[in-house]
Design a protein around this ligand. Structure first.
Ligand SMILES: Cc1cc2nc3c(=O)[nH]c(=O)nc-3n(C[C@H](O)[C@H](O)[C@H](O)COP(=O)(O)O)c2cc1C
Length: 366
């Protein structure tokens, strides 16, 4: 039977039991208030995925401090108690419709293109980010040149992730996902060309993964052993789509094993195509990034990227190196994707018009 793996249970993610293996991928929709409070539109939007049968909903990237972490105007935050309170109805709505809820914590770093609290941006080093700002999040042209973040600010960022994870827990979320992917601050530290630091956070892969590891350890210490903590990792970035780790499989081993040892419960990998080999044949044995996460992290793996057909989603689960699939654009086009897949119903294709001219939640999604 096609798609049987999507429903195979039990599905255990840290302390959580899920009803199926289908998650909504984190997607920024810039529909909060100007000062980062979650809104009633967001409650209805997120409830829709849970009602549509997704076992797990991962929120959009939520910023953890009122310093430099916000990436986009109207992005939600969890930097203070008022923001945390505003998320309670979102968590309740997801739970009320039978799904589990994870909040993604995101520091935009040098890719910040709209911050209610400051105009300045910071990154590992004073390096001009590649690519251009995202128009559907109100950006235009080149990214601003960031200032190199100081040691004191790094310590404050680590602390902000930890205290935000606690606030997410208090707001009713079942877990947090640290955003270590897609070109944002933690990935900037991981990325050779974005990180020119000469201290213990720069240089070797071991040094470049130190900040994500520090964040995982601090979050784990704050929330305790019994709370779900994951991390999302990618090679590609919103501002550098085709980036590959220079060390290939060796980098994957170091990165995934370090993050696992630091105390995450799961690894979430995202690639343009989750089923494609992560690296070339010269520096790898041809496995996928999810495959390396599983091999070197020895933890549950969520895979994302082009898995929007039930056949593709089922195939990657059948391979045994992925425990859960996360769906992005196909979930936006089909908020009841799991129900449709179960009933063998036709899926709607994703229409980029949904995110134009801006990526905010549309009335048709409520
Ligand atoms: C509108 C939109 C917003 C996104 N925002 C985030 C985000 O906040 N955090 C994140 O990790 N990925 C984000 N992504 C990436 C998705 O989680 C996912 O990796 C990407 O869409 C590829 O998966 P897909 O092929 O299933 O669409 C976003 C994608 C889209 C389309």
């Amino acid at each position: 039977m096609a798609s049987q793996h999507l429903w195979s249970t039990p599905v255990q993610l840290g302390p959580l039991s899920l009803k199926n293996r289908i998650a909504v991928a984190p997607m920024t929709r810039v529909s909060a208030t100007e000062d980062g409070l979650a809104t009633s539109d967001m409650v209805r939007y997120y409830r829709g995925f849970a009602e549509g049968g997704f076992g797990l909903v991962i929120t959009e990237g939520v910023y953890p401090d009122r310093a430099h972490s916000q990436g986009y105007l109207y992005q939600p935050g969890i930097a203070d108690d008022a923001q945390a309170q505003s998320w309670k109805p979102v968590a309740d709505a997801i739970h009320g419709a039978g799904a589990k809820a994870i909040m993604q914590l995101m520091h935009a770093g040098a890719l910040s293109q709209g911050n209610h609290w400051t105009r300045e941006t910071v990154g590992p080093s004073k390096v001009q980010p590649r690519g251009e700002q995202l128009g559907f999040y109100r950006g235009e042209g080149a990214y601003p040149m960031p200032r190199a973040i100081t040691d004191e600010e790094i310590a404050a960022v680590v602390q902000a992730f930890a205290s935000s994870a606690l606030r997410a827990r208090q707001a009713g979320f079942d877990g947090v996902e640290i955003h270590g992917a897609n070109g944002y601050l933690l990935d900037q530290f991981l990325t050779d060309y974005a990180n020119g630091r000469q201290d213990r956070y720069g240089g070797s892969t071991e040094n470049r993964v130190r900040l994500p590891v520090d964040v995982v350890q601090a979050v784990r210490a704050a929330v305790g052993r019994d709370y779900l903590v994951g991390i999302r990792i990618s090679q590609g970035k919103v501002n550098d789509y085709d980036h590959k780790w220079a060390g290939g499989q060796r980098d994957a081993e170091l990165i995934f094993s370090s993050l696992a040892a630091a105390g995450v419960d799961y690894l979430h990998t995202t690639e343009h195509d989750a089923q494609a080999p992560a690296f070339g044949p010269d520096n790898s044995d041809g496995d996928t990034l999810a495959g390396y996460a599983k091999r070197f992290g020895k933890l549950p793996v969520i895979a994302n990227g082009k898995l929007g057909s039930p056949e593709a989603a089922d195939a990657i689960l059948a391979g045994g190196k992925t425990d859960i699939v996360a769906l992005g654009k196909s979930a936006l086009a089909n908020r009841d994707w799991p129900r449709r897949a179960a009933g063998k119903k036709t899926l709607e294709p994703f229409d980029f018009g949904l995110l134009q001219p801006l990526a905010h939640i549309k009335d048709s999604e409520l």
